[in-house]
Design a protein around this ligand. Structure first.
Ligand SMILES: Cc1cc2nc3c(=O)[nH]c(=O)nc-3n(C[C@H](O)[C@H](O)[C@H](O)COP(=O)(O)OP(=O)(O)OC[C@H]3O[C@@H](n4cnc5c(N)ncnc54)[C@H](O)[C@@H]3O)c2cc1C
Length: 468
C-alpha cells in the first residue's frame, strides 16, 4: 500500500468507515479509482458475535468484555472513566446491541442539515442494515407488554428497530449471518470491486502539504512505519481517537476535540410474573423514542425462549419470572468546555500523545436525567414490571460518563469554522481532502442510539466525495 497513491484512504472499519467503503465501492464500481483501508485492530471475529454458534451466554459476555477495553490512551480518565474502544476489523459493531432508531426531526435543530436532507440516507441505511421490527413479531411477551404500554400512557412505544435479517430465503427461513456488523459492509464492497485493506495498521499521523491532505503514516505492531499517499483521507476512528490524531498531526481548528457529548445512561433490572404470559413468552424489545418534548429514550429488552440468540444452544431451566432490563439514554448538552485535548507529557508506544478529558454534566443534563428516571419508573409500572434491587443498590443505577459507549461531538459538523470542525458533508474546514465519517461529527446526540445515524451520514459523505 505504501507504493500506491489512493484516491481515497479510509482509516477505521467500524460503522462509519465500513459505510463509506461500501458506498464508494458502489459509486466507483468500474471507475479504476483506488480505494485503501487501514485498520488498527486485527481479525477478532468475521461477523457479529451473535452469529457465532460457540459464543453463547456467559461466554459471549466474557469474550466481548475482553475486547471492549478502556480507551488506552487517556492519561487521567476520572471525568470520563467508562470510555471503551474495540480495536478490531468491524470496530464496535461486532459486539453492538443492534438497536437502530432514527433521530427525531427535532434533533436536527442545531445541525447544519435538516431531517428532510438526511431522510433519504436513513432509508438507504435501514435497507442495507436490514433494520426493522420483525425480529420480535412472534413473541407473545412482546405483544402483551406492547399492549400494556400503549394503553397505560406510552402510546408512542415501538418495537426495537433492529438490524437483523429476518426474511425467508428460497429454502425457507435459513440465516447464516442475520445480525448486522460493519463486516457486512466489507462483504458488500468486496463483491462490488477490489480495494486494499491492511489490518494491524495503526494510523499515527495525518500528512498535509499546505492546506491539502497528502496521506497518512501507519505503524504495524513491530513499530515499522509506512507512509501511504492519498488524495482524500476519511477518518473513521471514532470520537476520542479522531481529535487525538488531528491534534497530534497539527491540523488547525479551534473546535477540534471540543463539544464532547455522550448519553447520560441509567439502567434497571425488572421481573414480571411468568403466569401472566403464554407458555413460551419469547424475546422482548420495546422502546419509547426520544422526541421534541422528551430528550431521552427508554428501552426494555430481555425475555425467554429458544429464539433468544444467547440461549439458542442452552438448556434453560423453567423460570417462574420473566427477566427484563430497562435502560434510559439522555441527551447531554454539547458544551465547548467538555473536551478532549493532548497531554504532551505522555506518549503511547507509537509516539502519539495521550489525551486528557474535561467532562461534566450541566444543570440541564441533570434535569434531563431526573425526568428520565421518573419516566423509566412509570414505563416499568405501565408494563407491569417490578423493578429489582441488588443488595446495597438503588432500583435505578446511573452509569458514569462514557458508559453508554455513545460518545460524540469532538469533530462536530457546522457552517462556522470557529465552532465546528467539518462542514455539512463531513469535510474538515480549511484542509482540502480530509473528511470525518463517524459519531464524532454529531453536533448533538438526541437521546437516541447513534449507529443508524452514523451510517446514514457516512453514506452521505461518500456520495459527496464521489461527486467531487
Ligand atoms: C456492547 C455495545 C452495545 C452497543 N449497542 C448499540 C445499539 O444497540 N445501538 C447503537 O446505535 N449503538 C450501539 N453501540 C454503539 C455502536 O457500536 C457505536 O456507536 C458504533 O460502532 C460507532 O461507530 P464508529 O465508526 O464511530 O466507531 P467504531 O465502531 O469504534 O470504529 C472505529 C474503528 O477505528 C479503528 N481505529 C481506532 N483507532 C485507529 C487508528 N489509530 N488507526 C486505524 N484504525 C483505528 C477501530 O479499530 C475501529 O475499527 C454499542 C456498542 C457496544 C460496544
Amino acid at each position: 500500500m505504501a507504493n500506491t497513491e489512493y484516491d481515497v484512504l479510509i482509516v477505521g472499519t467500524g460503522a462509519g468507515g465500513g459505510a463509506v467503503l461500501w458506498r464508494l465501492c458502489e459509486k466507483w464500481k468500474n471507475s479504476g479509482k483506488r480505494i485503501g483501508v487501514v485498520e488498527a485492530g486485527g481479525l477478532v471475529l468475521p461477523t457479529h458475535m451473535n452469529n457465532v454458534a460457540t459464543l453463547g451466554g456467559e461466554r459471549a459476555v466474557r469474550f466481548a468484555a475482553s475486547h471492549k477495553v478502556p480507551f488506552p490512551a487517556i492519561e487521567d480518565p476520572v471525568e470520563f472513566p467508562l470510555a471503551k474502544q474495540v480495536l478490531a476489523l468491524g470496530g464496535k459493531t461486532i459486539f453492538w446491541g443492534l438497536v437502530s432508531p432514527r433521530f427525531p426531526p427535532s434533533a436536527f435543530a442545531e445541525w447544519p442539515l435538516s431531517y428532510e436532507e438526511i431522510n433519504p440516507y436513513y432509508n438507504i441505511a435501514e435497507q442495507v442494515m436490514n433494520v426493522g421490527p420483525d425480529f420480535f413479531e412472534d413473541s407473545s411477551a412482546q405483544q402483551v407488554l406492547f399492549k400494556r404500554l400503549q394503553e397505560n400512557g406510552f402510546p408512542n412505544v415501538i418495537p426495537y428497530p433492529y438490524a437483523v435479517y429476518t426474511k425467508s430465503s428460497k429454502y425457507g427461513k435459513v440465516f447464516s449471518n442475520p445480525f448486522f456488523s460493519s463486516i457486512v459492509f466489507l462483504a458488500y464492497a468486496l463483491n462490488l470491486r477490489a480495494f486494499d485493506l491492511a489490518v494491524s495498521a495503526r494510523c499515527v499521523r495525518i500528512s498535509q502539504d499546505k492546506d491539502k491532505v497528502t496521506g497518512v503514516t501507519v505503524m504495524d505492531p513491530a513499530l515499522r512505519s509506512y507512509n501511504i499517499k492519498a488524495k482524500k483521507v476519511v477518518l473513521a476512528t471514532s470520537t476520542l481517537e479522531n481529535p487525538r490524531l488531528m491534534l497530534a498531526s497539527g491540523i488547525p481548528g479551534k473546535a477540534i476535540g471540543h463539544y464532547l457529548t455522550d448519553h447520560s445512561f441509567i439502567v434497571a433490572g425488572g421481573k414480571a410474573s411468568r403466569k401472566e404470559f403464554p407458555e413460551i413468552p419469547g424475546i422482548v424489545g420495546l422502546l419509547m423514542p426520544a422526541s421534541e418534548h422528551e430528550p431521552f429514550q427508554i428501552q426494555m429488552g430481555g425475555g425467554i425462549g429458544k429464539e433468544v440468540y444467547f440461549q439458542q444452544y442452552q438448556n434453560i431451566p423453567f423460570q417462574e419470572e420473566l427477566s427484563l432490563h430497562i435502560l434510559g439514554f439522555g441527551e447531554v448538552q454539547p458544551r465547548y468546555e467538555n473536551r478532549v485535548f493532548l497531554d504532551p507529557a505522555k506518549r503511547d508506544r507509537y509516539g502519539v500523545p495521550f489525551i486528557k478529558i474535561d467532562f461534566s454534566y450541566s444543570k440541564r443534563d441533570y434535569a434531563v436525567i431526573n425526568r428520565m428516571e421518573a419516566t423509566l419508573k412509570r414505563f416499568a409500572a405501565s408494563a407491569g414490571v417490578t423493578l429489582q434491587k441488588e443488595p446495597g443498590q438503588t432500583e435505578i443505577c446511573m452509569r458514569q460518563p462514557g458508559g453508554s459507549i455513545h460518545e460524540a461531538g469532538t469533530c462536530r459538523m457546522g457552517d462556522n469554522p470557529l465552532t465546528s470542525v467539518t462542514n455539512r458533508f463531513g469535510q474538515v474546514h480549511g484542509i482540502s481532502g480530509l473528511y470525518v465519517a463517524d459519531n464524532s461529527v454529531f453536533p448533538t446526540v438526541s437521546g437516541t442510539n447513534p449507529t443508524l445515524t452514523i451510517v446514514a451520514l457516512a453514506i452521505r459523505t461518500a456520495d459527496y466525495i464521489a461527486l467531487q
